[in-house]
Design a protein around this ligand. Structure first.
Ligand code: HEM
Length: 293
């Protein structure tokens, strides 16, 4: 088993906090990153590095780029690059709050938070619409194959790429839909999670059927619902051996190929879009050899 950050392959935790940071202007982040490599275990804290950070370090990671502009006349897909991403995972929300504060303090000399989002598991792993999320995720060896880079160079073996988007749901609009229309939006029945063979082409699972792509577009989804006082939705998170499968999926969702837009867009929209490279682990910390640390 390659030295992948274990939180990537583990099931979605009960609670989480997503911290996203920009690099402070005029700072050299290397000492702070060394401290991060010792502090983050990849299990309770999964870490991703963004293209702006690598550019500041004068480094490149093959396959990491900025979140692209998805050219679709009908849908706006934002691209919101960021330097650093920490997905704090756990079972106790209080403990996560305290860990997040410690992490922010540790990073403060070089990084400033641009977003802090609390997320949670709903029931057996449902989206806030009530639908099971993650059913068609690859498992076991197939999960590793989908999510972990096959680059065997030191510092790259065991690494992964992740696409992260915050989606804001219009839950009133969704709950006003008749049950059949809801099921046809997803392409599965909420009642028993059965796939609906005769669902429209716009149904989400028809747009994203991973085996229907050439090459097949398997990703490892680890999305979690989020909510604040007024808004709610999903932090969509897809890990990949590269970012190609995610891009193929989203391209088809936006109707760029055939004009059919994913029915999800009728009630939900992404408000962020970021790519990160998740380094492998070494011992009890992160392995930053690929960025020269
Ligand atoms: C608010 C946003 C989203 C929601 C609520 C959502 C929800 C769901 C649900 C309920 C399923 C069916 C069960 C399952 O297999 O997990 C599903 C499947 C899937 N979704 Fe999403 N999803 C969202 C966004 C996305 C995005 C942005 C992508 C990729 C770009 C994506 C990729 C997939 C894939 C690959 C499947 C499995 C399809 C298959 O092979 O059967 N989803 N999603």
């Amino acid at each position: 088993m390659p030295a992948v950050q274990p939180g990537i392959l583990a099931p979605v935790p009960r609670a989480a906090r997503y911290l996203t940071f920009n690099l402070k202007e005029g700072t050299d982040p290397r000492d702070t990153l060394r401290a991060l490599a010792r502090a983050a275990d990849g299990k309770n804290c999964v870490v991703g590095l963004g293209e702006p950070l690598l550019r500041a370090l004068n480094r490149t990671i093959d396959g990491l780029r900025r979140f692209p502009v998805f050219a679709s006349a009908k849908i706006d897909i934002p691209s919101t690059p960021a330097a650093l991403w920490c997905w704090l995972r756990g079972e106790d929300r209080g403990e996560i709050v305290l860990r997040a504060r410690a992490m922010e303090a540790m990073l403060a000399s070089a990084f400033e938070p641009i977003s802090v989002i609390d997320a949670f598991r709903y029931g057996s792993g449902r989206d806030l619409t009530g639908y099971e999320d993650g059913t068609e995720n690859p498992r076991g060896k197939k999960a590793v194959q989908a999510a972990v880079s096959d680059d065997m160079k030191a510092g790259m073996a065991g690494s992964s790429f992740v696409a992260v988007q915050q989606w804001v749901h219009d839950l009133e609009k969704f709950s006003a839909m008749p049950a059949r229309q809801q099921d046809h939006t997803i392409g599965r029945r909420k009642r028993d999670n059965e796939e609906i063979g005769g669902a429209p082409e716009s149904a989400h699972v028809k747009r994203t059927a991973q085996e229907s792509f050439t090459p097949e577009a398997f990703v490892l989804r680890r999305s979690m619902p989020w909510a604040d006082a007024t808004r709610a939705g999903l932090i969509f998170t897809a890990f990949g051996r590269s970012l190609a499968a995610f891009e193929a999926l989203l391209k088809r969702m936006t109707g760029t190929e055939d004009g059919t837009v994913d029915a999800l867009f009728a009630f939900t929209r992404p408000v962020t879009g970021t790519y990160f490279w998740c380094p492998p682990v070494k011992g009890r910390g992160l392995d930053f050899r690929a960025i020269g640390l």
